[in-house]
Structures are given as structure tokens and as C-alpha cells.
Design a binder for this molecule. Sequence first.
Ligand code: NI
Length: 387
Amino acid sequence: MPVINRIAAFAEDMTAWRRHLHQNPELGQQCHETAAFVVGRLREFGVDEIHEGVAVSGVIAVINGQGDGPTIGLRADMDALPISETTGADWASVNEGKMHACGHDGHTAMLLGAARYLSETRNFRGRVALIFQPAEEVGGGAELMVEEGVLDRFDIREVYALHSAPGTALGQFYTTPGPLMAAVDTFHIDIKGVGGHAAYPHETIDPIPASLSIAQGLATIVSRNHNPLDDLVVSVTMIHAGTADNVVPETAYLGGTVRTFDKAVQAMVMSRMEDIVAGQAASFGVQGTLRYEVGYPPTVNDPVATDFAVSVAQDIAGAGGVDAAATPEMGAEDFAFFQEKRPGAYLFIGNGDTAGLHQPDYDFDDAAAPFGASYFARLVERALPLT
Ligand code: NI
């Protein structure tokens, strides 16, 4: 079965909701207006429960099916990015410096579409929990929801989410079982030497050669310490030092990112980084201080939930419209925090020939919304069948 007829019938409404959200983007945990809009629609649909202020500005809504059964969690993220929009669309952002450049406006509209259909039809047993989450891009909204006990409070058994994918045909899907997106950590290294006149280097302890040596040393974590068949990124993306051509600076700074799919690899990187910074600092006679910040964990799809989600996506897109063995990506996603606690699956949904995510000219293609809403709705009906 392709797109659900009833959902196709109100596609224009989803477009209107999405464009309203696009025009009024909010950042991080401060998605209050967005949440108010979501709550307004959910009230119109007649969902059974609405819980506001979850993880600051998140919303959880519950729709009861017919009879007892478990609860399935469906999640959409609501936050935008600090980017100045260049689409020139009629519904372009009116909040200068903020825009929905990652399609979270579309994710929210698709989940609202599913909510409307499920609330009208209730062709399922048990319950569905609709999770509208702030702070995916920054601020860890999913982590906060997990900390607030959302999964236990609503007795959520499994969790599912979609993300827009520019460059994939409209209404097609892709995912993979196991690791799908990377863990993202950041590191900061402060080097302290002794500054002075650049004409008298012997009277200084120059932090710059030490920084360069540390940067080169860090590159060997990937090339020398790591299994070449596994995935790992260690990138020094910042080196800052000095203010003048005739001054040896006192300090230098290096920063960057680490992307992993595996806790053991992450632990190896942290340990090697400590050793390289300490060893190189000692050899140059400078002080080296490493601050390693562990960020979002890897997004790991449960194999059983992913098989199920893929078969649901095939209902919507046809067997040829779903790639169930996609290559994992080095981006990150805080849905990972839900998936650390519950089995679930994260799928990408094709958004056609649009600009890339996080670009100032990206605009979610509304034609994808009926596919995404149908996927969510069908998922609930198949996971919690009436007979
Ligand atoms: Ni996103």
C-alpha cells in the first residue's frame, strides 16, 4: 500500500503547518512557540493526553488505541539552526539568523499528520506516544527527556524516528541495522609555554612547535592505532596561537572532533590522546592540558526493530524504494539517547533534489510529508494490530 489515502487528502494542511513552522524557527531548548503550535493542532485532532514542558519546551502526546497493548514511541525534533536563510521562499524565516535548515519543520509536520490520522482512525490497540523534542542540534533534548524519565513514565516499548534526506528520491527510505550515525566528541588542548621576544627564542618556551607536533601525533591515532577496516575520524579543526610577527606567544590552543561508532574505539582514542598530549608536551617542555568532551553517543538501530521498520517503509515506498543496507554516516543524532534505552529504528526519508542539510538555501520539500506521515501511521497499525 502506498501513501494512505486519508493522509494524502490532508497533505495541504501538512504543508501549511510545515510552512508556518519554517517561517517561525526557534533554537535549542527554547522551542516554546513551536510547541504551542503543535499543542494547538493536537487539541484539534482530539488526542487523549498532552504533556507540555517536557525537556523545557518538548511535548508528549498520547493516543489510545482500541483495547490494551504496549506503547510505541514516535519522535520528531522541532529545533532550527543559527543560519540566515537565503531561500527567498514566501514562508522564509522571519526570525533573522535562525532557520529550519535541517528539515525539523518537516519532521514535526509529518508526525502531526500521523497524529491526526491515528487520532481519527484508531485502528490499533495499545497506545502511541508522540514525542515532539526540542534541542536536537544543540542542548541534548533527547538526553534530557530520557533523564526526565519519559520512556518509563509513558511505558514506551520501542522508539522510531525519521530524518529528511536531500539527494534521495522523494518518498524513498534508507537505513541500516546496527550503527547508523556516529558518536561525536570534541576535544580542547591548551598549551602553555613561556612567551617573549621572537628575536631571542632561547629565552622562551615556544608553544607553537609543541602544537604542531601534537596535531601530527593525533593524526597517527587513526593511521597507526586503529583497525583500518573500522570507521574513525580524528580531526584537528582549530589551531590558534600568536598575535604578532615578533612575539613568541605564551599559549596555543588546538581543538577538534572525534567520530566513532564503538565505545571501545572511543576509549582507545581518549587514552591515546592523553598520552600524546602529555608526551609531546613533556618533550617540548610546555604544559599541555586536554579537555575531552563526550558528546552524543552513536545512533545504533536495533536489528529486529529495523527489519520491521524497513518492511513498513516498503509498504509505503515499494520494495525497490527502501535501501535497508545503507552506509553509516559520520554525522550525529541525539535520538541515540532514546535508542540506548529502548529498541528502535531511525530511517532517512528522501527529500528529492533539494539543497543539502544545514545549508542556507535548504527547504524541506512538502511532497515528502505524506510518505513520512503514512510511514509513522502504518508503523503503529502494524506494530499494534487490532486482530
Ligand atoms: Ni536534523
